[in-house]
Design a protein around this ligand. Structure first.
Ligand SMILES: [Zn+2]
Ligand SMILES: [Zn+2]
Length: 420
């Protein structure tokens, strides 16, 4: 059987799961959970996979779930979905909007919302698992469904790897991932090579000497030092990185002092870095360290500055061969709705899983915006204002054809290897 006819045979079951899947999606959306707290979601996932005949491993890392469906000899394909939601107060006005609150990473109670669409990813992968399990005569090999926690904390994938993932699954021939984004629903978009940026945050602490606000001559003022650093950091991207290379350096937070008449003794700057190559990232880090140390010396800082990185997201660098195979399968199934999309400035921890398993991967964009709304907003150049993007309190993918397309995309891509 060709991959295309195997896909049609497996997707024959799509109409039969539609109502179940839409109900599942609305339930997940109304009951979002923050990173590492996805116990309800993981429970639903594990129960469903078990009932389909998958070998199920729970609590991988923290709340991670892996289901392995072995169906004869053949290649191994692993498809991944992330399960976590965000500390955002939902403002979509949808009948299935979240009113959930939970305790966040800082110990405070926060509203919780699936503002990044990970509920779409879970519903689509579980739907694909159901279709694959229901049509075993149409394919051969091993299909692995991986549900990871805490993508938004940049921790879930690495925790699953540290939790022994490699011992639980056979080495995949291809690893697949998708993300719902503000493209027209019904479309899928592939991209070979660097697709999502390498992202990193850095906390820089610089030291001054505290004093009375009236006695600046007795101080080394960390406010002035921090201000100089912020200005000078603007030259990293504009003067040091090749204009042909993509890089972003943002100072998102500065904390210094407590009161107007007190000169503090240190300042903390929180930086965010993005790049599409490890080399550019390395250049940025060394420029930041050089500038911070030099400004500290210029100010007469009494102590060396400290640098701490966190929220480390690796580069998502789609394998050209795997991407070409998936793109061809998409074109054959989706026709014109299979597109090529540009690089995205966002970041993901997805690639940690295939890197740890030594497997090539591809990660594609799944359209989630009402096609009519998309077309009319795009025509008026109003996409940014009229189509709420990921992480917005108004982010609301349309249920269909988003779920149907995201489910078919996983099946079609997997069968590009597993077709019997
Ligand atoms: Zn997100
Ligand atoms: Zn996301």
């Amino acid at each position: 059987m060709s991959a295309a006819s195997a896909a049609e045979a497996v997707l024959d079951g799509a109409a039969g799961i539609r109502q179940w899947q839409e109900d599942l999606y609305r339930d997940l959306h109304a009951n979002p959970e923050l990173g590492h707290q996805e116990t309800r979601t993981a429970g639903i996932v594990a129960q469903e996979l078990r009932s389909l005949g998958f070998d199920v491993h729970e609590h991988v890392g923290t709340t991670g779930v892996v289901g392995v469906l072995t169906n004869g000899d053949g290649p191994v394909v692993l498809a991944r979905a992330d399960m976590d939601a965000l500390p955002v107060a939902e403002a979509t006005g949808l009948p299935y909007a979240s009113t959930v609150r939970a305790v966040g990473t800082d110990g405070k109670e926060v509203p919780v919302m699936h503002a990044c669409g990970h509920d779409v990813h879970v519903a689509c992968l579980l739907g694909a698992a159901r279709l694959m399990a229901g049509a075993r005569s149409s394919w051969s090999g091993t299909f692995v469904a991986l549900f990871q926690p805490a993508e938004e904390l940049a921790e879930g994938a690495s925790r699953m790897v540290d939790g022994g993932l490699a011992q639980l699954v056979p080495k995949p021939d291809a690893v697949l991932g998708q993300h719902v984004l503000t493209y027209p629903a019904g479309t899928v978009g592939t991209h070979a090579g660097p697709f999502l940026s390498l992202g990193q945050s850095m906390r820089v602490t610089v030291h001054g000497q505290g004093s009375h606000g009236s006695m600046p001559h007795l101080s080394v003022d960390p406010a002035v030092l921090a201000a100089m650093i912020v200005v000078r950091l603007q030259t990293v991207v504009s003067r040091e990185i090749n204009p042909d290379e993509f890089a972003v350096l943002t100072v998102g937070r500065i904390a210094v002092g407590t009161k107007s008449n007190i000169i503090g003794d240190h300042a903390v700057l929180e930086l965010n870095l993005r790049a599409y190559s490890e080399e550019t990232h390395k250049k940025m880090v060394s420029a930041i360290e050089r500038i911070v140390r030099a400004e500290c010396a210029a100010s007469g800082s009494p102590k060396e500055p400290e640098f701490e990185t966190y929220d480390n997201y690796p580069l998502t660098d789609n394998d050209p061969d795997v991407t070409a195979r998936v793109a061809a399968a998409f074109r054959s199934h989706f026709g014109d709705a299979a597109t090529a999309v540009g690089r995205q400035t966002a970041s993901e921890d997805f690639s940690i899983v295939p890197r740890a398993l030594g497997a090539p991967y591809t990660y594609w964009a799944l359209g989630g915006t009402d096609p009519e709304l998309y077309r009319s907003a795009a025509e008026r150049g109003a996409l940014a204002t009229e189509v709420p993007g990921n992480h917005s309190p108004r982010f609301a993918p349309v249920i269909q054809p988003t779920l149907q397309t995201g489910t078919a995309a996983v099946v079609v891509a997997a069968l590009a290897w597993l077709a019997a």
